[in-house]
Write a new protein. Structure first.
Length: 277
């Protein structure tokens, strides 16, 4: 993968850049002179249209592919300035879901795989000559207020340990409890619709906090943010909500991509305002 002629080009990776918000964010980055790796299952149109866009295959449902992807990035890129973990699924969205929530499928794609990708790219982020950042695209649906006091307590305590492996095992335990004993039901522990999606975004937020706290203690300059983009007119978006076009949502997040400046870290933002975790 050629990274261009400039000595220290701006480099970003966007997951799920095939459509929706991810495609719009990749376009904004290209407009700001970034080389953008569009990490996706379905090839995007961007790589054909823009000289600085590169396609790289990434299926967040397959751990082996994630490992191959990270290895390829480490082999081919000198560093990464911006990683946007955007790809996600919400199969509960259709309202056609029968049976228990698809905990494992959703947690795997929206949480465990995002952590895997980010941890695999950490050496590249830490090599950035600028102020590198990881932007986890989250959702207000992941606010802890939607969970029982027990789940809130668990997810609040985790970042204090600053250990990503501890976070992984806490979420795994929560998941097996939900699968094996059916304890984590909408009524008992998640107080709203789309419980698997909500839990995946709350867990992703816990990762943002854990990784930010770890970076601080290790003197790493990588910043970690969770960002809720608001309601967007995409395949995943809620057609009953007041939505904006993905291009508008991406433009609004443009200020987060200025890597010459220090970035906020350990924050959950929507429209530039802080959300409660
Ligand atoms: N839309 C909203 O109103 C809204 C609100 C709050 C938060 N968000 C968040 O914003 C982000 C973008 O959502 P969107 O609205 O743009 O959704 P979208 O239009 O459904 O796009 C989802 C993207 O994720 C990719 N993806 C899904 N499963 C994948 C997998 N296993 N491996 C790799 N890529 C995968 C899709 O790729 P394929 O094309 O290959 O399927 C697609 O590029 C998500 O994190 C979502 O949770 C959205």
């Amino acid at each position: 993968m050629q990274t261009g002629k400039a000595s220290q080009p701006l480099i970003a990776i966007v997951t799920g850049a095939s459509r929706g918000l991810g495609q719009a964010l990749a376009s904004i980055l290209l407009g700001c002179d970034f080389i953008v790796v569009c990490a996706q299952r379905t090839p995007s149109k961007l790589a054909h249209r823009h000289v600085n866009a590169r396609d790289a295959y990434l299926d967040l449902g397959d751990l082996q592919i994630i490992e191959q992807f990270s290895q390829r990035m480490r082999d081919e890129l000198p560093y990464v300035d911006v990683l946007i973990n955007n790809a996600a699924i919400c199969p509960e969205d259709s309202g056609m879901q029968d049976g228990p929530p698809p905990w494992r499928e959703v947690l795997n794609v929206n949480f465990f795989s995002q952590v895997e990708v980010t941890e695999g790219l950490m050496p590249l982020l830490e090599s950035s000559p600028r102020h590198p950042r990881v932007i986890n695209i989250s959702s207000g649906d992941g606010e802890l207020v939607f969970f029982s006091p027990e789940v809130q307590d668990l997810l609040r305590k985790v970042p204090k340990r600053r250990s990503v492996s501890h976070l992984r095992s806490v979420v795994s335990e929560l998941l097996s409890e939900s699968l094996e004993r059916d304890q984590l039901s909408d009524q008992e522990h998640v107080y709203h619709v789309q419980p698997a999606y909500r839990l995946s975004k709350a867990a992703l937020n816990a990762y943002t906090r854990t990784a930010a706290k770890r970076a601080r203690i290790c003197n790493s300059n990588v910043c970690f943010l969770s960002v809720c983009p608001g309601d967007i007119d995409t395949e995943m978006g809620d057609p009953h909500a007041v939505q904006v076009a993905p291009e508008e949502a991406a433009r609004e997040m443009g200020y987060l991509l200025k890597v010459a400046q220090v970035c906020d870290t350990d924050k959950f933002l929507r429209h530039g305002q802080h959300l409660a975790w």
